[in-house]
Write a protein that binds this ligand. Structure first.
Ligand SMILES: [Zn+2]
Length: 247
């Protein structure tokens, strides 16, 4: 098994989704490859920290009953059966409107928190996979006129691609990655030994730090984006400034 294959299987491995042969092959590789071992450990540590029960909110049984009861009561009124998720959503509005507004707000703040944690997890995981991969880019080019058209048809909107080689941040290329279930464009830059990923996202993430890596939200032209790198804060700020200025 090579590193690229191993890196692609890490998440499935931790989810116990691999068959025995694949899992053994991955373990054998990780035993002899320090890079993949480290990537596996990082991913595992990240997942364990996200599994922390303090991040979760479990609905009390009474609330659950009220929602179910309201959903059942609502059903005969509709001519066509609504999807279950809509019934629950409609019931939630009713149930919370009937006196649980603060619970609702707290609950949605919690779910936003979890979504943001998940987004950060996906972005760091993608960056680390890229670092461990044989090549962190799908299209290798320092020419923005090659990189931009490469994205066309692969993502909804090709991002603004600029090169900052003169300022010390050279365009290395681009790739397509999955963040959650969404295909996103990633612009890849290099600054000395540092690899910089710029993810073009449907929403702005929150700033985050993890194991020496930074996630910094920014705007790329009019598109929300996230810079993920291990550069120091001063260099990161300088890069973010360049990136957000259309020249
Ligand atoms: Zn490896």
């Amino acid at each position: 098994m090579d590193c690229k294959t191993a890196q692609g299987l890490l998440e499935a491995y931790l989810d116990n989704e691999l068959d025995r042969t694949e899992a053994r092959e991955l373990e054998a590789h990780a035993d002899t490859c320090a890079e993949c071992r480290a990537a596996l450990d990082r991913l595992d540590a990240l997942r364990r920290s996200l599994r922390d029960t303090s991040l979760r909110y479990t609905a009390p049984p009474t609330l659950r009953e009220r929602i179910t009861a309201t959903a059942d009561a609502e059903l005969p009124r509709s001519r066509r059966p609504m999807p279950a998720s809509w019934r629950i959503a409609a019931a939630c509005v009713l149930a919370f409107g009937a006196g649980g507004l603060s619970v609702h707000m707290w609950n949605s703040a919690q779910s936003t928190q979890i979504e943001q944690e998940q987004l950060a997890h996906d972005l760091f995981a993608s960056h680390w996979r890229a670092l461990a991969a044989a090549s962190p880019v799908d299209v290798i080019s320092s020419d923005r006129h090659t990189v931009k058209p490469w994205f066309a048809g692969k993502v909804g909107q090709a991002p603004l691609v600029q090169d900052f080689a003169e300022q010390g941040f050279a365009l290395a290329g681009g790739r397509i990655d999955y963040v959650g279930a969404q295909r996103v464009a990633v612009l890849v830059y290099r600054h000395g030994q540092h690899l910089i990923d710029v993810f073009v996202l449907p929403q702005l993430p929150r700033p985050e730090q993890m194991q020496g890596y930074s996630l910094r939200p920014t705007m790329l032209d009019a598109q929300p984006a996230a810079i993920v790198t291990d550069m120091d804060p001063t260099e990161l700020a300088r890069f973010a400034e360049l990136l957000s200025t259309k020249r």
